[in-house]
Design a protein around this ligand. Structure first.
Ligand SMILES: CSCCC(=O)C(=O)COP(=O)(O)O
Ligand SMILES: [Mg+2]
Length: 218
């Protein structure tokens, strides 16, 4: 194992932080943000309208309510959250065991990557403004749904190729069984994290034993 690829929501970070802090913050500001940033949001709105004709702002708000993992919605959310992090309205939640695990693996020479439905910009914000400080120096790279859906094996194969590892050398961590199954189908090792102590392989990063076989930080 030379690299760890981790999900965010429900894995490094609480579902409540995403659902009760991030999503409502973006939902309340979509209309004003789009009105104030016409040029920067034009391509996003065009993509939304191409998917669903009609008022793109109303569509985006409905997609937030439905927790749709649509790439244009995720791009816009990341842009809106930037203001929230910068103003100190909130900090990115990361579980203490996740912070400790990420630091431990990084120190052992294991390369760390993120694969989340949140945009790459949003991922960098969450870890950059985390409640444990700036964790971005721990990560070697970030991937979002531009690599494909998180429940499709092909996305994991693409990521392994992008980071220059064979899938068998990558350990994927997620709270979602379908994502774990897709990563395994692509040949990765994977652990199902279940933070409420249900059917998962482990309940925290403390139980993930990642032994770097031929690790080397890049
Ligand atoms: C990058 S923080 C926001 C996370 C987000 O928008 C989301 O939909 C969470 O998805 P994940 O793939 O991390 O479970
Ligand atoms: Mg998740």
């Amino acid at each position: 194992m030379t690299a760890i690829l981790t999900d965010i929501e429900g894995t490094t970070s609480s579902i409540a932080f995403v659902a009760e802090v991030l999503f409502p913050y973006a939902r309340a500001r979509v209309a004003d943000y789009v009105a104030a940033h016409r040029e920067e949001t034009a391509a996003i709105l065009a993509e939304v309208t191409a998917t669903e004709p009609g008022d793109p702002v109303a569509t985006l708000i409905r997609w937030i309510d439905e927790d749709r993992k649509a790439t244009p919605l995720k791009a816009l959310q990341g842009m809106i959250w930037a203001d929230g992090y910068a103003s100190g309205a909130f900090r990115g939640h990361v579980y203490p065991d996740a912070v400790a695990g990420l630091r431990r693996w990084h120190a052992a020479g294991v390369r760390l990557y993120v694969f989340s439905s949140g945009s790459v910009a949003a991922q960098k914000l969450l870890f950059g403004y985390s409640d444990a400080g700036d964790l971005t120096p721990l990560f070697s790279g970030y991937f979002d749904t531009n690599m494909g859906a998180k429940r499709e094996a092909g996305s994991y194969a693409k990521i392994a190729e992008a980071i220059g590892d064979t899938p068998a050398d990558v350990l994927f961590l997620s709270d979602t069984p379908e994502e774990v199954a897709a990563a395994r189908e692509a040949g990765m090792e994977a652990r199902l994290i279940d933070r409420v102590g249900g059917e998962g392989d482990v309940s925290s990063f403390n139980e993930v034993h990642a032994t770097p076989a031929k690790a080397g930080a890049r």
